[in-house]
Write a protein that binds this ligand. Structure first.
Ligand code: 5GP
Ligand code: ZN
Length: 107
């Protein structure tokens, strides 16, 4: 399957991975939109929040986010899921944006 995030997960494409466990990886976004911009990605290929069975996987992504925020001492942050192309999803492999480090993050 020609999925860039599957390739990153399988180390077939380069990325700056900052966390990895059996179910998820976190790596730096190639085009950061905040001083801190990580992508929290399940190893399993699933398209989006709208996909069947995403709830359990998303719960695990949140668990990983809380752990990494504590580890990196990032107290305040924004979490974003783009769901579908019209909402700005460009990579059809579920991912959670972790953004921090700037007042411009307020919406
Ligand atoms: P989306 O717009 O689908 O919610 O977010 C996709 C994100 O993935 C974008 O912020 C984009 O910069 C990032 N991205 C796309 N391709 C790559 C890549 O090959 N490596 C990394 N590290 N980030 C990528
Ligand atoms: Zn994939």
């Amino acid at each position: 399957m020609d999925c860039i995030f599957c390739k990153i997960v399988n180390k077939e494409a380069p990325s700056e991975i900052i966390y990895e466990d059996a179910e998820a990886v976190i790596f730096k976004d190639i085009h950061p939109k905040a001083p801190v911009h990580f992508l929290v990605v399940p190893k399993q290929h699933i398209v989006s929040v709208a996909s069947d069975g995403s709830e359990r996987i998303i719960g695990n992504l949140i668990r990983v986010v809380k752990k990494i925020a504590l580890e990196k001492k990032v107290g305040d942050y924004k979490l974003v899921f783009n769901v579908g192309e019209e909402a700005g999803q460009t990579v059809p492999h579920l991912h959670l944006h972790f953004l921090a480090g700037g007042s411009e993050l307020k919406i």
